[in-house]
Design a protein around this ligand. Structure first.
Ligand code: Z57
Length: 832
C-alpha cells in the first residue's frame, strides 16, 4: 500500500492529543477549505466533528459486519421522531476522548465550549416520545444490541420558538443549513414508495385470486445513515433516516415548455414528504401529508429490512427469528398492512402464513390514552392514498371479527368496539386497534399507564388477548443526562464510587450511605451551585433577568399542555407573590420559577398560557415589594440543549399533571437523577419514582387517578364552590380575570378563567390547588434546612438507578424482542 495513504489511515484513528490536533487542521484545510486564521467557530465545529467521525467509521463497519456474519437477530425501532440534540459531546464522551479533544483544541487556541456551541440541535422530534427513541438508540448501542433506528430526515426539525411581546412565534428550524457532518448520504440505497392509484384483481399462475396496485404515483426514499456511538465505542449502530426524492421516470427531451415546468413542480411536491416535522405532541391533526409521511418511512424501512433478511434467507418463515420491529406509537402502524402487502402481493405468501409472520415480527408501544392523540384515519382518505392497504385492513378486520363473533354471543357493542373501523360518524381506521391486532406484544410506558390501558382504551382487546399487554417503564440514558450534562456531579460521584455507574446505573445506589456524610453533602451542594450559576448566566443571556443563585430553582420544563397543568404552577406563583407582598417582614425563602416549553402552533390555549406566564413574569419581576424573593422566567426555545443546562441546576422538579393523563414522563427521571426533589401527582412514572426514592424524599399531592376517574364519572364538580372556599385561589383568579397582568387587554385571559370555572375545569386545576400549595409550603420549609434538603437530594440521585434506559431496553430485549448482545470483532485494525 502507498505509504502516504497508510500513514494517513493511522492518523485518522489516532486518539492522542497531537493526532487529534493534526486531524482537526487537516479537515479544516482540505475539506472545509479554510486556514486557521480565517476559520469561524462553525468551521472548527465541522472540522472537529469530521475528525471525530473518522474515529468511529472502522468500528461502525466492524459492528455492521459482525451482525451480518452472525446473522444476528436485529431490532428495528420505527419512529416518526428522534429527538437527538447535539452529538459532539456525546460522541467524544462515549469514545472516551473528551479530555484529549479539549487539549487538542487548547493547543489550537480554541475553547471546547465555543466549538460545542456551534453545533445545531437536531430536533427531529416534539418531546418525550422522540427523546425516548434517542435514549433507546444510545442504550442499545451501549449494550451491544443489534438495534437500528428508522425514521425521517426532516429538512426542518421542530420549529424555533421565540417570544414576541410575550407571545410564542414560530420560526423554521434550519438545522441542515450548513451541512450535517455526522450523516452519510447513501444515494444508492433507494426504494420506491407508491401513493394513490387503484387495485387490479387478476388470477395468478395457479389460478388464485390476486391483486396488484397500479397507476400509482411514485416517490423515492433515499437513505442517510448516522452512526450511533455506544458507550466505550465498542458497538456503533445505525440510525437510518429517509429523505424523499422525486423519480426521474420522465424524459426531459420530450417535454414542451409547459410540461417541463409541471414536471419540476411535481418534483418539488413529492419532495415535500420529508420537508417538515409535524409540531404536535400528543394530538393528531389528521392531515393527508402526515399519513403520507407515515407510510413513506414505514414502507422504505420494511423494504430495507426485507432486503437485508433476504441476503441470508430464501423464505420468510424465519423473519420473526431475525427481525423484531418495534412500533413507536401508532405512527408506523400502517406497516402491518404494508408487510402483509409485501408478503402476499409481492412474495406470493398465503394470507394466513403472512399474518402469522407479521404478528410475530411486530410489537407496539402505546404512549398515551388521550383520545385526541389516538390516530384514526378517515377510511375515505386511506382508500384514496393507499387503496390496497384499505382492502388489506378490511380483510384483517373481517377475519378477526368473524373469529370473535363466535364467542361474543351477540354482544354487538363489544364487536363494534373491537372493530378496526370506527363506524360512528365519518368512518375511520383505528390505528391503535390495527397495531394491537398485528403485534404479538403491546406495551405501556409506566406501571400505572399500562394498568389504565387494560382498563380503558384496550379493555376489550385485553379480554380477548390477556397475555399481550405488558409494561415497560421508560428510562433515560445516564450518559447524556448525567455524565455529559452534569460534569460537576458526575465527577464527584466517580471520585466516590468509581465509573461503573456509566454503564450500570444500578451501581449509583452505593451513594446512599453518602447521604449522611457531611463532607459529601457539602460537595454535592457545591456541584449543584455550580450548575445553578451556569443556569443563572443562561437565564440572564436569554431573558435579561437576574436571578438569585441561592433561591429555590423550581423548574417546570416540558411541552405546554393543559393536562400538564402549567396553569396550576402559575396560580401558585401568583398566590406566593400575594403572600410575599402581604407579609414583607417575613424572611421568605427566595424562589425562582423556571418554565420552558413549546406549544403546538395551533393549540391556542397553550399559547395563551405562554403569554400568561410572560405577563406574570413582567409584573412579579419588576415589583420591588417582593425584594427579589420571587422571580419568574420562561426560557425560549426549550430543546435538548437547553434541557442539558436547566436540568442539572434544578432544586425542585414540577411533575404535576392531572393523575391518569401523563403516560410516563421522562423529564421527571432526568431531574430526580440530577438531585432535584419532585413535587408531583401520583401519575405516570411518578408512582414508581416514589417507590424508588422513598415517600419521605418526594412531595406528593393531589387526587389519584382513581379519584379523578370517580369524580368525572359522577358528573364532575363545581369549580366555583372550590374557588369560593379558597381565598388565595379566588384572589389569584380574580387578578387574572380583571387584568392585573394584562392591563393593556383586560379580557385577554377570559378563555383561561372560563375553562377553570364555567368550563368545568376538566384538568382539575382548582380541585388540586389547595393540596399543591400545601406541598409547595412543605418544600419551601425543607429548603431552609439545607443539610436535610441535600440529604434527600442525594437519596434521589442514589435511588434513581432503575430508571436507566439500559434497564428499559434490556426488558424489551428479553421480553419482547428476543435479541441478544453481539460483540463486534475489531480485528486489530481499529483503536484500543
Ligand atoms: C409524546 O411525546 C408522548 C405521547 C404521545 O402519544 C405522543 Br404523540 C408524543 C409522550 C407522553 O406524553 C409521555 O408521558 C411519555 O413519557 C413519552 O411519550 C414517552 O413514552
Amino acid at each position: 500500500m502507498d505509504a502516504r495513504f497508510k500513514s494517513r489511515d493511522i492518523e485518522r484513528r489516532s486518539l492522542d492529543v497531537d493526532g487529534l490536533k493534526r486531524s482537526f487542521l487537516e479537515w479544516l484545510v482540505y475539506s472545509v477549505g479554510k486556514d486557521a486564521r480565517a476559520a469561524t467557530r462553525r468551521d472548527w465545529f465541522h472540522s472537529v466533528a469530521l475528525a471525530v467521525r473518522d474515529r468511529v467509521v472502522d468500528r461502525w463497519m466492524d459492528t455492521t459486519r459482525s451482525y451480518y456474519q452472525e446473522d444476528a437477530k436485529r431490532v428495528y425501532y420505527l419512529s416518526l421522531e428522534f429527538l437527538i440534540g447535539r452529538l459532539l459531546t456525546n460522541s467524544l464522551s462515549n469514545l472516551g476522548i473528551m479530555d484529549e479533544c479539549r487539549q487538542a483544541l487548547d493547543r489550537l487556541g480554541l475553547s471546547m465550549d465555543d466549538v460545542v456551541d456551534a453545533e445545531p440541535d437536531a430536533a427531529l422530534g416534539n418531546g418525550g416520545l422522540g427523546r425516548l427513541a434517542a435514549c433507546f438508540l444510545d442504550s442499545m448501542a451501549s449494550q451491544g444490541l443489534p438495534g437500528y433506528g428508522y425514521g425521517i430526515r426532516y429538512e426542518f426539525g421542530l420549529f424555533e420558538q421565540r417570544f414576541e411581546n410575550g407571545w410564542q412565534v414560530e420560526y423554521p428550524e434550519q438545522w441542515l443549513q450548513f451541512g450535517n457532518p455526522w450523516e452519510f448520504a447513501r444515494p444508492e440505497v433507494l426504494y420506491p414508495v407508491q401513493f394513490y392509484g387503484r387495485v387490479e384483481e387478476f388470477r395468478d399462475s395457479v389460478g388464485e385470486r390476486a391483486y396488484r396496485w397500479v397507476d400509482a404515483d411514485r416517490v423515492l426514499a433515499m437513505a442517510y445513515d448516522t452512526p450511533v456511538v455506544g458507550y466505550g465505542g465498542e458497538t456503533i449502530n445505525t440510525l437510518r433516516l429517509w429523505s424523499a426524492r422525486a423519480t426521474r421516470d420522465f424524459n426531459f427531451g420530450h417535454f414542451n415548455d409547459g410540461a417541463y415546468m409541471k414536471a419540476v413542480e411535481q418534483k418539488i411536491l413529492s419532495e415535500n414528504l420529508s420537508r417538515v416535522l409535524y409540531p404536535n405532541d400528543a394530538t393528531e391533526t389528521g392531515k393527508e401529508l402526515r399519513l403520507k409521511q407515515e407510510y413513506f418511512f414505514t414502507s422504505a424501512s420494511l423494504q430495507d429490512i426485507l432486503r437485508r433478511y433476504l441476503q441470508h434467507h430464501s423464505s420468510f418463515e424465519n423473519l420473526p427469528n431475525k427481525a423484531a420491529i418495534q412500533l413507536n406509537d401508532t405512527h408506523p402502524a400502517i406497516g402491518i398492512a404494508e408487510l402483509m402487502r409485501l408478503l402476499v402481493d409481492q412474495h406470493a405468501l398465503r394470507w394466513d402464513d403472512a399474518w402469522d409472520i407479521t404478528r410475530a415480527t411486530f410489537a407496539y408501544t402505546n404512549h398515551t390514552l388521550l383520545p385526541e392523540a389516538l390516530e384514526a384515519w378517515p377510511v375515505r382518505m386511506i382508500e384514496r392514498v393507499l387503496p390496497r392497504h384499505m382492502q388489506i385492513i378490511y380483510e384483517i378486520n373481517a377475519k378477526f371479527l368473524n373469529r370473535t363473533k363466535a364467542r361474543a354471543d351477540g354482544d354487538n357493542a363489544r364487536l363494534s368496539r373491537l372493530s378496526l373501523i370506527d363506524e360512528r360518524g365519518e368512518r375511520r381506521v383505528r390505528m391503535g386497534n390495527l397495531a394491537f391486532l398485528g403485534s404479538h406484544k403491546v406495551n405501556g410506558v409506566s406501571a400505572l399507564h399500562t394498568e389504565l390501558m387494560k382498563q380503558t382504551v384496550f379493555a376489550d382487546f385485553h379480554q380477548e388477548f390477556p397475555d399481550r399487554i405488558n409494561n415497560k417503564t421508560n428510562g433515560i440514558t445516564p450518559r447524556r443526562w448525567l455524565k455529559q450534562a452534569n460534569p460537576a456531579l458526575s465527577e464527584l460521584i466517580t471520585t466516590r464510587i468509581g465509573e461503573g455507574w456509566n454503564s450500570d446505573l444500578s451501581q449509583i445506589a452505593a451513594l446512599r450511605e453518602k447521604a449522611d456524610d457531611v463532607v459529601f453533602r457539602e460537595e454535592f451542594r457545591r456541584a449543584k451551585r455550580k450548575n445553578k450559576k451556569r443556569l443563572a448566566a443562561y437565564i440572564a443571556r436569554q431573558t435579561g433577568e437576574e436571578v438569585l443563585v441561592d433561591s429555590i430553582f423550581d423548574v417546570q420544563v416540558k411541552r405546554m399542555h393543559e393536562y400538564k397543568r402549567q396553569l396550576l404552577n402559575v396560580l401558585h406563583t401568583i398566590a406566593l407573590y400575594n403572600e410575599m407582598r402581604d407579609n414583607p417582614t417575613v424572611s421568605w425563602v427566595p424562589v425562582t420559577k423556571v418554565f420552558a416549553g413549546k406549544a403546538a402552533p395551533s393549540y391556542h390555549m397553550a399559547k395563551l398560557i405562554i403569554k400568561l406566564i410572560n405577563d406574570v413574569a413582567k409584573v412579579v419581576n419588576h415589583d420591588p415589594s417582593v425584594h427579589d424573593n420571587l422571580k419568574v422566567v420562561l426560557l425560549p426555545n426549550y430543546n435538548v440543549t437547553a434541557a442539558e443546562i436547566i436540568i442539572p441546576a434544578a432544586d425542585l422538579s414540577e411533575q404535576i399533571s392531572t393523575a391518569g393523563m401523563e403516560a410516563s414522563g421522562t423529564g421527571n427521571m432526568k431531574l430526580a437523577l440530577n438531585g432535584a426533589l419532585t413535587i408531583g401527582t401520583l401519575d405516570g412514572a411518578n408512582v414508581e419514582i416514589r417507590e424508588h426514592v422513598g415517600a419521605d424524599n418526594i412531595f406528593i399531592f393531589g387526587m389519584t387517578a382513581d379519584e379523578v376517574n370517580d369524580l368525572r364519572a359522577s358528573g364532575g364538580f363545581n369549580p366555583r364552590e372550590v374557588i369560593a372556599s379558597n381565598p388565595s385561589l379566588k384572589r389569584a383568579l380574580d387578578m387574572i380575570s380583571t387584568g392585573a397582568f394584562s392591563p393593556d387587554d383586560r379580557n385577554r385571559y377570559h378563555p383561561i378563567v372560563q375553562a377553570l370555572t364555567d368550563g368545568g375545569d376538566h384538568f382539575l386545576v382548582t380541585a388540586d390547588f389547595a393540596d399543591y400549595c400545601r406541598a409547595q409550603d412543605a418544600a419551601m420549609q425543607l429548603y431552609r434546612d439545607s443539610e436535610e434538603w441535600t440529604r434527600k437530594a442525594i437519596l434521589n440521585t442514589a435511588n434513581m438507578g432503575w430508571f436507566s434506559s439500559d434497564r428499559t431496553v434490556n426488558e424489551y430485549a428479553q421480553e419482547i424482542w428476543d435479541v441478544h448482545p453481539v460483540k463486534p470483532s475489531h480485528d486489530g485494525e481499529g483503536f484500543r
